[in-house]
Every structure is written in structure tokens, then in C-alpha cells.
Design a protein around this ligand. Structure first.
Ligand code: GTP
Length: 308
């Protein structure tokens, strides 16, 4: 086990062989997983090859370096309440995904190791290779607290590496990449760097919209909400996207739409701005809210929306 402090260089890839593998980034809400992923892959978030759809994972981003390719995969949220088909399906997916990836980044916040962190940790299979990522070190006022904190977390499980960093400030993120590289299997790259397909653009559009819903609805986010892309057309440099936000009840529809339609307007407009950046072209995004009662309990509905 190595600890990478903020100023010590990492080992890197010593044998010169190219490495490639799947990596899952897990952690309780708000520890900075998305910030870390964005920092790791930068603008490369748009790069999902056609092959991505044929693998067993949902790819969220790819980082290709001179000596390694990291394929980051999605793990649906950890949920503890609401037992129904949606949850059972999601928890099953989480453990399957984690058992199957080459490496897990377990993210926590510097100075805080909570019961929820422990719950997430307990879902990671014993056999997984886990790097402990201590994020938000910029928030730690007393740096001397870091070592005793590391000792505390280390009691909970064995980590193959420990990397303190700040995803937001971009500090030490390169150290994480260097520390993780030798832990990936020797393999040829799984993905081209610059291949974009309609299908993955469609997938990314639904992910971006879903992300805006989560962010802008916050605590008001109705349980079991989902996004369906009903139409995705490319006309030259313009993309026409028709998306449905699916909710369970009329009351939930009102929450998503907001007073005078303000909420939904803001959600669509923020998603559109980001999609235009992503696709480097104009986007026409129409979003409407659809009620499908009890859909979260219906396994078939789940399958039709891409969960299995
Ligand atoms: N100070 C500081 N804040 C950070 C850092 N990384 C992320 N944050 C902030 O922490 C908050 C949560 O970050 P996210 O990346 O959305 O966290 P997440 O783990 O993806 O959250 P969920 O999507 O809810 O699971 C945001 O307000 C970020 O700006 C960091 O290194 N330092």
C-alpha cells in the first residue's frame, strides 16, 4: 500500500506496457464524484465510441493517456429506502458492476468519514481493488489532521492506494492517474478516442438532462423520476431532441414544471446550453413531463427505459 501525499511523486507505469481497464467511481452523494470524473476526463466527456454500447457497462467517460486507457463506468445510485422493483434492480446493478470492474475509486471527503460512507464501502466486494480517494483537501484547514484521518479510514478496509486530492481545484488528480495506471490490466485500448455515434449522443442527452433535473430539483426530486429521449434527429449541425421526463404522480409533474413553468424552463435551458457545448453545434431541446403511474414498480417499464 502506498500513500500519495500532496507533494510526493507517484510511481507510474514502470514496465512500459499499455494498460486498459474499467474503473468505477463510488461514494455517498456530494463527495465530489462528478467533479472528479469531469476533472479526470476534461472535455473528453463527449467521447464515447460506438463500441461503448456493446460492452456490459454504461460508459460515462474515457481517459486515454500515452500508456493507459481508463474507461469510467456508471454505477446507479445507492438507495436504502423505498423497496420496490426500481431499487432492487439498482442495487443488483451496483454490486454486479463493482464485481466486474478492474478498479474502484472510493471517494470520501477529507476529515469526514460517515455512516453513509461505510454503507457504500460495504457494497464494494472484498475482491475488488480499491483506491481510497480523499477529496476536498482544500477544505481541510489543519493539514496535520490528514494522517490521523487516513489511519481512521484505513481501519475499515484495506486500500491498495490512498490519494488525497482536490477535484475542484485540480490538485493531485494527476497523482491519482499515475497511481492507478499500474493497477489496470495490460491490454490494448478498448475505445477510439474520437468516435461519436448517434446512439451515444442520444444517451448523453438523456444523462445531461437527468443531471440537470437532479441538480435543480434537489430535495424536491420526485422518487422514481426518469428521462426518455423520444426523438433525436441530426440536421447538419443542428440536433433536434424531444425528451420526456417521466414521473409517477400528477403532484410530481407540478414539482418538475414549477410555478409558471419556470423550473422546467430552467432545466431545459441549462441542459441545452451544455449539450450545445458538448456537441459543438446548435441544439433544439423540447422537454415535456409525462405521468406513468406506478412505473417504478413495473419491471417491464424498467427494461424499456434501459434498466435491467
Ligand atoms: N471545496 C471543494 N469542493 C468540492 C471539491 N470537489 C467537489 N466539490 C463540491 O462538492 C459538491 C458535490 O460535488 P459533486 O461532484 O456533485 O458530488 P457527487 O459525489 O457527484 O454528488 P452526487 O451526484 O450527489 O452523488 C459540489 O458543490 C462541488 O463543487 C473539492 O475538491 N473541493
Amino acid at each position: 500500500m502506498n500513500e500519495h501525499t500532496l507533494d510526493s511523486p507517484a510511481d507510474g507505469n514502470s514496465d512500459g506496457a499499455f494498460r486498459a481497464g474499467f474503473v468505477a467511481i463510488v461514494g455517498r452523494p456530494n463527495v465530489g464524484k462528478s467533479t472528479l470524473l469531469n476533472r479526470l476526463i476534461g472535455q473528453k466527456i463527449s467521447i464515447v465510441s460506438s463500441k461503448a454500447q456493446t460492452t456490459r457497462h454504461r460508459v460515462t467517460g474515457i481517459l486515454t493517456e500515452a500508456d493507459a486507457q481508463f474507461v469510467f463506468v456508471d454505477t446507479p445510485g445507492f438507495q436504502t429506502h423505498h423497496r420496490n422493483a426500481l431499487n432492487r434492480s439498482m442495487n443488483r446493478t451496483v454490486s454486479q458492476v463493482l464485481a466486474d470492474v478492474d478498479l474502484v475509486f472510493f471517494v470520501i471527503e477529507a476529515g469526514r468519514f460517515t455512516d453513509d460512507d461505510r454503507k457504500v464501502l460495504s457494497v464494494i466486494p472484498e475482491t475488488s481493488k480499491v483506491i481510497l480517494v480523499i477529496n476536498k483537501v482544500d477544505q481541510l484547514k489543519d493539514k496535520a489532521r490528514l494522517l490521523p484521518f487516513i489511519d481512521q479510514v484505513r481501519q475499515a478496509r484495506e486500500f491498495i492506494e490512498i490519494v488525497p486530492l482536490s477535484a475542484e481545484k485540480g490538485r493531485n488528480v494527476d497523482t491519482l492517474v499515475k497511481a492507478a495506471t499500474p493497477l489496470l490490466p495490460v491490454a490494448t485500448p478498448m475505445f477510439e478516442e474520437d468516435e461519436i455515434t448517434d446512439r451515444s449522443e442520444r444517451f448523453l442527452a438523456s444523462e445531461f438532462l437527468r443531471e440537470k433535473l437532479f441538480r435543480l430539483l434537489g430535495d424536491e426530486l420526485p422518487y422514481g423520476i426518469a428521462v426518455e429521449i423520444e426523438k433525436f434527429e441530426v440536421e447538419g449541425n443542428l440536433r433536434r431532441i424531444h425528451a420526456a421526463v417521466i414521473v409517477d404522480k400528477p403532484g410530481h409533474k407540478a414539482m418538475v414544471i414549477g410555478k409558471g413553468g419556470e423550473k422546467l424552463k430552467r432545466i431545459s435551458s441549462e441542459a441545452r446550453v451544455e449539450l450545445e457545448k458538448l456537441f459543438d453545434g446548435k441544439v433544439f431541446l423540447e422537454v415535456w413531463v409525462k405521468i406513468k403511474s406506478g412505473w417504478a414498480d413495473d419491471e417491464r417499464a424498467l427494461k424499456s427505459l434501459g434498466y435491467d
